[in-house]
Write a protein that binds this ligand. Structure first.
Ligand SMILES: Cc1cc2nc3c(=O)[nH]c(=O)nc-3n(C[C@H](O)[C@H](O)[C@H](O)COP(=O)(O)OP(=O)(O)OC[C@H]3O[C@@H](n4cnc5c(N)ncnc54)[C@H](O)[C@@H]3O)c2cc1C
Length: 336
């Protein structure tokens, strides 16, 4: 392909943006990835906390389809993944072994993104404020007033944020494209990270599907095998239900953290809570599956929007969206 002189900006260094960036790069396009976060990974987020590490966004992922299987196979050499479990404890049924492997990353979920970003040009700490078409090029502005120029544009921020970026130029999106982006919905999720001075009562292998209100999931990051800081410390992740999260969206984070710790008391056992921190995820699990799982923008220069919001949610949905979006985009580039 004679695209070596062509360039592309990819907005978002979550798993979707990074996979698309890798595929475009393999096709000979010069790619730069921009992300507003301090690091890569997006919602596959691992935080340093209490001297250890906590997965506080995505907890694990499944491998149901061929694209996710291919990604797991390609990561085998990096030796960063393992099957965590084929099920978890549930409140109603005890341990549910459903035979479906849930994968985790040995050093936290964000380490998967770090491996994928390895040989890419990624600029973190860059918050994109808007994108506009200017003749044959895209001009992308960030919050620091810098303008990035490229031949192609890929946007993988959650759909509402993608709409803000692309909607700044009033003539850029058609009415249909706007309404597609507006239709993409996600559940919100409050996550709390808790440091205990001793063991939790979360049963092996370290996760419980609580499926309740206020708590839908609780995990013991020490049992999961992540670094835990102090010798006797245990780091716990609590995920709140969408209903609880909506009810308490504007409450002070410290109050929400205290409510979640209190609701989780049976799983925290007799250990003392040394530290707790709550984080508000506006977008956690996407609620729809689109066909195709991306939005190819009309007009030139060429642009595409992708992400888990189009692929049915979860890590696997983001991977499906990425692979199919990249294939369609490269084919369109080659035939233009
Ligand atoms: C609390 C929680 C629990 C979850 N649990 C699971 C689970 O157990 N299993 C599972 O499979 N999935 C889970 N998920 C969902 C999973 O994390 C996501 O589906 C997946 O990571 C989405 O990847 P993505 O690349 O599409 O989006 P993201 O990871 O959101 O990546 C988008 C990136 O765009 C960047 N961005 C946004 N706006 C801008 C801007 N203006 N300028 C620059 N950059 C921008 C963001 O910083 C982000 O890094 C969970 C998510 C959350 C939040």
């Amino acid at each position: 392909m004679s695209e070596k002189s062509k360039s592309c900006l990819v907005i978002g260094a979550g798993i979707c943006g990074l996979l698309i960036a890798r595929k475009l790069s393999c096709a000979g396009i010069r790619v730069k990835v921009l992300d507003k976060g301090r690091g890569v990974g997006g919602r596959m987020a691992t935080r340093r906390f209490g001297g250890g590490r906590v997965d506080h966004g995505a907890q694990y992922f499944t491998v149901r389809g061929p694209r996710m299987r291919e990604l797991v196979r390609s990561l085998e050499n990096a030796r960063i993944l393992r099957v965590w479990s084929q099920g978890f404890h549930s409140l109603e049924k005890g341990f549910v072994r459903d035979g479906i492997s849930r994968y985790m990353a040995l050093n936290g979920m964000s380490s998967i993104a770090k491996v994928l970003a390895d040989d890419l040009t990624v600029h973190t700490g860059v918050k994109v404020s808007g994108a506009a078409r200017d003749g044959l090029h895209w001009k992308v502005s960030d919050d620091d007033g810098k303008v990035w120029v490229a031949d192609y544009l890929v946007v993988t921020a959650p759909a509402e944020q993608s709409l803000q970026i692309l909607g700044l130029d009033p003539g850029l999106l058609s009415a249909e494209e706007r309404s597609t982006l507006k239709s993409v919905q996600y559940n919100p999720c409050y996550a709390a990270m808790v440091r205990l001075d001793g063991p939790s009562r979360i049963p092996p292998p370290g996760g419980v599907w609580c499926n309740g209100d206020p708590i839908i999931w609780i995990a013991d990051n020490r049992a999961k095998g992540l670094p835990h800081g102090g010798d006797s410390d245990t780091l716990v992740t609590i995920h709140a239900s969408p209903e609880f999260t909506r009810r308490h969206w504007d409450s002070p984070k410290a109050e929400v953290a205290a409510m979640l710790v209190s609701a989780a008391s049976e799983w925290l056992g007799d250990s003392t809570v040394l530290e707790v921190e709550a984080h508000r995820w506006k977008y956690s699990q996407a609620l729809q599956q689109m066909d195709p799982p991306y939005l190819m923008l009309d007009g030139t220069p060429m642009g595409i929007v992708a992400g888990d919001g189009f692929g049915g949610g979860k890590v696997e949905g983001a991977v499906d969206s990425a692979v199919l979006a990249a294939e369609a985009f490269i084919e369109k580039i080659q035939t233009n």
